[in-house]
Design a protein around this ligand. Structure first.
Ligand code: GLC
Length: 481
C-alpha cells in the first residue's frame, strides 16, 4: 500500500490511498486475462476516488460536530456599565456560556469624545459588531447602525418611552437604552454633621458657604490638601455636562434650544461660567481643570473633598425612580450622601447621560450581535424590576444618618431631578463640533484665557457656522424628557 497526496490549487493536501486489487473483488467480478490490467486501473481509480470522498465526508462531519466558535466584538463604554457589576460571573461570560458565542472586548479610551472617534473609525472600517453608544451619539453614528425596533420588540415595551426616543433617528431605533445616568452631587455626610449642617446644599450659594467652612476646618486639622468641591473641569464632554448644569440652573438655556435657536450668548450663562471660575483655587483645586470623572472620584474617595459632582443612575424601565450610583466600592461609602445638583435662580438641573446598545450595519454576525444585545437588555430589565420590587436594596448613600431633616432629602433624591438634555437631537451629526466648541469656550474661561462674555460671543459665531441656526433667547424648560 502506498500513500500519496493530492494538491487542490496549492491550498490543501489530501492523502490518496493506493489499494492493490483484493482477492474478494476478482472472485465476485471475474475478468478475462486480456482486460484484467484495464480493470485493475479502473478499480484503483475508483477506490482512490472513494478514499477522497470518505476523507471529505469526514472533514464535513468534523465541522458540523465541532464548529469554529463565532466571535462577536463588543465595544463597551467601560467603567460604569451594568455588566461590570461584581455579581460573580459577568454578563458577557454568562452569554458565552449559554450560547457558545465568544466575545472580544476592545480597549477603549477614557474620554467620551475619544470613544466616539474610535467607534466611528471602527464603523467606517466595517469592524466591530455590538457598540455601546452614548446618549448624545445617535445623530452622529445612526446611519451605520441597524434598526432594532423589530428584533427587540418584546424588550422595548418595558423601557421608558422618553428614554427610547433619545435613540430614534428618522423613525429608526438605532440603539436600545442600557443605562440612564443623571448628574448628582455626592457629599461627606459625616463632615456635614460635624460642621452643623442639617441637609445637603440646595443652591450654589449654599454649597460655596459650606465648602469654605468645611475646607477651612479640615485644613486647620492638618489636612492641607483638603478641598471643598471637586468636579470635572478637563476639556472633555464631562465639562460640557457640568457647565450645562450651571447655566441651565440660572436660566441660561441649553446652548441650542429645541426650537433650533442658538441661545448660549446670554447673561445668565455668562454669570454661571464666571461663578465656576471663582471656585478654582478657592474651593476647588487648580488641577480640577484636568479632572475627568475618575479623577474627582479618586480625590473624594481618598477623603480629599467635601463635595463631588457624580453620575447617578436611574432604571431604564422607570427614570422617575432614582436607584443607585456608581457601582464602585469606596471606603467613603458609609460616609457618603447624595443629593440633586445645587440650583440657581431657576432651580436645579442634572444632565441626562447614559448609553445604549447598538448593532453595526456591517456586522458579519448580525444574528449573534442582536442576541447579545437582547441578552444584556433583558438582564438589565430584570435587575431594574428586582430593584423596584425591593429585592435589591437601592444604594442611596446614608442621608438619613445625618439627621431627620435628611430623610426628606433622601426622598427628594429619589424623585427625578430637573433634567437638562444636551442639544444632540437638535444638532444631529453636528453635535460633535457643537460640543467641542462649547467645551473649548468654557475651558478657556476657566483657565482665564478668555473673558466669559468674549468666549460666549465667539462661541455663538462658531455655532451659527456649524449648525446654521439663528440666534435667540434661552427657552423655559431644560429639554424634553
Ligand atoms: C457619562 C454619561 C455620558 C456622558 C459622559 C461624559 O458616561 O453617561 O452620557 O457623555 O459621562 O463624560
Amino acid at each position: 500500500m502506498r500513500t500519496d497526496s493530492l494538491h487542490f490549487g496549492g491550498f490543501s493536501r489530501l492523502p490518496i490511498v493506493e489499494v492493490r486489487s483484493a482477492p474478494w473483488f476478482t472472485n465476485v467480478f471475474p475478468v478475462s486475462p486480456t482486460n484484467s490490467r484495464r480493470w485493475k486501473q479502473v478499480l484503483r481509480s475508483a477506490v482512490g476516488l472513494l478514499g477522497v470522498l470518505v476523507f471529505l465526508l469526514l472533514q464535513c462531519g468534523c465541522h458540523t460536530s465541532n464548529p469554529k466558535p463565532i466571535t462577536v466584538t463588543y465595544l463597551r463604554l467601560g467603567w460604569s456599565q451594568p455588566d461590570d457589576l461584581p455579581s460573580g460571573e459577568s454578563l458577557p461570560q454568562q452569554f458565552t456560556r449559554e450560547t457558545g458565542v465568544q466575545l472580544s472586548d476592545l480597549p477603549l479610551p477614557e474620554a467620551t469624545l475619544d470613544q466616539l472617534l474610535l467607534s466611528r473609525k471602527l464603523l467606517q472600517e466595517h469592524k466591530g459588531d455590538v457598540f455601546n453608544i452614548d446618549v448624545i451619539w445617535p445623530g452622529i453614528l445612526g446611519e451605520d447602525l441597524i434598526d432594532l425596533r423589530h428584533d427587540l420588540a418584546g424588550e422595548i415595551t418595558s423601557i421608558e418611552p422618553q428614554v427610547l426616543a433619545r435613540y430614534e433617528l428618522d423613525g429608526k431605533l438605532v440603539a436600545v437604552p442600557y443605562t440612564v445616568q443623571i448628574g448628582f452631587l455626592e457629599y461627606r455626610s459625616d463632615l456635614l454633621r460635624e460642621y452643623g449642617y442639617r441637609h445637603p446644599p440646595t443652591s450654589w450659594d449654599e454649597l460655596e458657604r459650606m465648602a469654605v467652612r468645611i475646607q477651612t476646618g479640615e485644613r486647620a486639622k492638618g489636612k492641607k490638601d483638603f478641598w471643598g468641591y471637586v468636579w470635572q473641569g478637563a476639556a472633555t464632554e464631562a465639562l460640557a455636562c457640568n457647565a450645562l448644569e450651571w447655566q441651565a440652573a440660572e436660566g441660561g438655556g441649553r446652548i441650542i434650544e429645541s426650537n433650533r435657536t442658538i441661545s448660549v450668548n446670554n447673561p445668565a450663562a455668562i454669570r454661571s461660567w464666571q461663578r465656576a471660575k471663582r471656585w478654582i483655587g478657592w474651593i476647588s483645586p487648580p488641577s480640577v481643570l484636568d479632572y475627568q470623572e475618575i479623577d474627582s472620584i479618586n480625590i473624594f474617595d481618598k477623603g480629599g473633598a467635601a463635595f463631588n459632582r457624580v453620575w447617578g443612575a436611574a432604571p431604564i424601565t422607570h427614570v422617575g425612580l432614582f436607584r443607585q450610583l456608581h457601582s464602585r466600592s469606596s471606603l467613603m461609602q458609609s460616609k457618603t450622601g447624595y443629593a440633586n445638583i445645587p440650583g440657581g435662580s431657576m432651580g436645579s438641573a442634572g444632565t441626562l447621560g447614559g448609553s445604549a446598545l447598538a448593532v453595526s450595519k456591517y456586522s458579519f454576525h448580525r444574528k449573534e450581535a442582536i442576541d447579545l444585545v437582547r441578552f444584556l437588555i433583558r438582564a438589565q430589565i430584570r435587575s431594574n424590576n428586582e430593584a423596584s420590587t425591593g429585592v435589591t436594596q437601592p444604594e442611596i448613600g446614608n442621608l438619613s444618618s445625618v439627621s431627620d431633616e435628611n430623610h426628606k432629602a433622601e426622598q427628594s433624591v429619589r424623585k427625578t431631578p430637573h433634567l437638562v438634555i444636551r442639544p444632540s437631537s437638535e444638532t444631529g451629526a453636528h453635535y460633535e463640533q457643537v460640543t467641542r466648541a462649547y467645551i473649548d469656550a468654557v475651558h478657556s474661561v476657566l483657565t482665564g484665557d478668555e473673558e466669559a462674555s468674549e468666549a460666549a460671543a465667539d462661541l455663538e459665531r462658531k455655532l451659527v457656522q456649524i449648525a446654521g441656526f439663528k440666534t435667540g433667547p434661552p427657552q423655559k424648560g431644560t429639554g424634553t424628557l
